[in-house]
Design a protein around this ligand. Structure first.
Ligand code: ACO
Length: 320
């Protein structure tokens, strides 16, 4: 048993920010950013909330699927940058779109968030807990970015991707997911500092810290392994895969994965040039673009993979 994706959608803030614009306030250049990451542009919120972006992406996904909000019985939002700590982004999204029959919750698995949401939804389907899910990957990372740190501020963008997924008893999907909490410091943002009646703490709110080379090494080693494991469980080989939809952290990571799997780069669509790294939103935004431009066709053998802070990773193999 598995699922069928019946609608997709995306939304990004209106404000586009080019590499040249970033080079005006930190010591960097379009050349450095493009060559090291493949990123040329990103969209940054100047007021759009995570809830607004998620709701817009979800409305588009529902419209494509031809379904109403009250037919959705599960909403999962993968995010590390919700508007509020409580209520969850998923509950706020439920209210925004009027999905009154859904159970709604968030998961924080950073850039793997959308893939983890897909696997959890599949578990709900398997246990009879849901028949139709709205899965969203959404981030407003710009509020957590240190805009004086050229090592990180050039990488990230804001946005949301959504899809409607139906239970399908005839479909199959295999996953390979994992985490390594011992490497958590490679990419981290601290929560609000301890501050109560009994301790005075005036530390400011923290921003993104990253050991780029550690994350790079992790990604190029772990992602091909996870994809190979998911393909093995599915009984297929890399040559059988029509498209690889990978988290868009960095062009060089994707090139390395393609090389390791011995598959041409044409099978790995890229969107980081326009959107930057939107963490959990990358894979569903990429999915929506592929669906809407007709590149992803019914019956295609598809691999999706996410990887990021935690460290976390997840690969899925299914037929679109
Ligand atoms: N512009 C110009 N110079 C820069 C910039 C910048 N934006 N950022 C760093 N540098 C400088 C550094 O200060 C350093 O200078 P120094 O040698 O004088 O000290 C030099 O460039 C090399 O720095 P490194 O950090 O070693 O650069 P590296 O080649 O590793 O590239 C990068 C950095 C692009 C982040 C790389 O490590 C990478 O791709 N890592 C993968 C991590 C990633 O993609 N993270 C995204 C979030 S995690 C995820 O989504 C999975």
């Amino acid at each position: 048993m598995g699922f069928r994706i019946i609608g997709t959608g995306r939304s990004v803030p209106q404000r586009a920010v080019s590499n040249d614009e970033i080079a005006k306030f930190v010591d960097t250049s379009d050349e450095w950013i493009s060559q090291r990451t493949g990123i040329k542009n990103r969209y940054i919120s100047v007021g759009e909330t995570l809830n607004q972006l998620s709701a817009q992406a979800s409305e588009k996904a529902m419209e494509m699927a031809g379904v109403t909000a009250d037919s959705i019985d599960l909403i999962i939002v993968g995010t590390l940058s919700p508007d509020r700590i409580i209520p969850s982004a998923a509950c706020e999204l439920q209210a925004a779109i009027g999905a009154k029959n859904a159970v709604a919750f968030d998961i924080n698995a950073a850039c793997s968030g959308f893939l983890f949401a897909l696997q959890i939804a599949n578990g709900f389907f398997a246990t009879g807990g849901a028949k139709r899910a709205l899965l969203v990957g959404a981030e407003v990372l710009s509020k957590m970015t240190d805009w004086t740190d050229r090592g990180t501020c050039v990488l990230f963008g804001d946005g949301a991707g959504a899809c409607i997924v139906d239970y399908d008893k005839d479909a199959t999907v295999t996953f390979s997911s994992g985490s390594d909490g011992t490497k958590g410091d490679a990419l981290c943002i601290d929560n609000r500092p301890l501050n109560n009646l009994f301790i005075k703490n005036e530390a400011p709110l923290d921003h993104t810290h990253m050991d780029g080379q550690e994350v790079f090494k992790f990604a190029v080693k772990t992602v091909p392994r996870a994809i190979e494991d998911a393909m093995m469980k599915a009984g297929i080989k890399a040559e059988d895969v029509d498209v690889f939809l990978l988290h868009q952290a960095n062009l060089r990571i994707i090139e390395s994965v393609a090389k390791r799997l011995k598959r041409p780069m044409e099978l790995f669509p890229l969107i980081m040039s326009e959107f930057g790294n939107m963490s959990a939103a990358c894979v569903p935004v990429l999915l929506d673009i592929q669906v809407r431009n007709g590149t992803l066709q019914r019956g295609m053998q598809t691999v999706m993979a996410g990887f990021g802070a935690g460290l976390t990773w997840s690969a899925a193999v299914f037929v679109y």
